[in-house]
Design a protein around this ligand. Sequence first.
Ligand SMILES: *Cc1c(COP(=O)(O)O)cnc(C)c1O
Length: 361
Amino acid sequence: MTELIRVERTDKKKNKPEQGKLGFGKHFTDHMFIMNYTDGRGWHDPRVIPYQPIALDPAAKVFHYGQTIFEGLKAYRTDDGRILLFRPQLNFERMNRSNERLGVPDVDGEIAIEALRKLIEVDRDWIPSEEGTSLYIRPFVIATEPELGVSPSLEYQFIIIMSPVGAYYPEGVNPVKIYVECDYVRAVRGGVGEAKTAGNYAGGLKAQELAKAKGYTQVLWLDGVQRKYIEEVGSMNVFFKLEGKVHTPILNGSILAGITRRSIIELLRHWNIEVVERAITIEELYEAGRDGRLEEAFGTGTAAVISPIGELNWQDDPLVINGGKTGELSAKLYDTLTGIQQGRIADPFGWMVEAAGPEAK
Ligand SMILES: *Cc1c(COP(=O)(O)O)cnc(C)c1O
């Protein structure tokens, strides 16, 4: 597809929210990107249009069989006014792996990035500038064919919406308490745990709410067969520092391959810190915690970047990690990765992609 992206600008710009009160995913920019797919014709009619509701037939397959995938990434405004994206190619590669698993047609990664650049260009005044703020980008695909047969849809929409988001830690990075979930599971190998698809999240909400009611921020998911191996924490990947080395569950088919996870591994190896990807049991982790070998624990994901874990609770047995405080390595990883993302420190990996240069004065 070499079709040009059409741009229709709104004549009713919204008032922008105060930067100190953004929260996460509550406000949306003035425009959105959308393109359609129909069987035989492929993806067509790429366009940036005013942000608006979409009308779908009630029989659209996405409502019934959950054939949908999403992505999440951020754009940052640097001090010198450039707009940077963090490894966006990896998001669109992962989107296509999710698409493939869900029977959704591929979206050309280059077209997706071109679409994103165009949308950012049109809505660039929505990218906040205060410390820790960014523009969260949500690309997604939905199956829109109005037909109730259980088969892959013959029609889809690919949409990108954007939301200015506040600092994740307005009062500085602080550790969370995590409930180790032993009844409900997030995903099983052979299922769709590796794909960023809606059903994984719908299935996790109940456990999350139960953990919250008990005073925990999130759940730590164990494997779906034996409830023994550690998988993820909420919708983040998880890392443990044990006697100077960093361990993380190996991607086994039911774990989502986080781009933050991959970047943290690359950063640690760049610092000559050993990283071990392997199966980790909750029992082993508790033993290490009891005899002082568990030094730090943290989750990783686009929204928080690093989320230190101060306490776990497994079968009513609490385990405090690093005195409930943010570890030294967790803090250094957070400062370095967010520094690279905001263009404040050098990017030795070539991770950042400039979506737009400084605004012409
Ligand atoms: C999105 C997501 C992650 C983190 O991925 P990033 O690319 O680092 O944002 C981890 N686990 C789950 C289940 C996710 O949905």
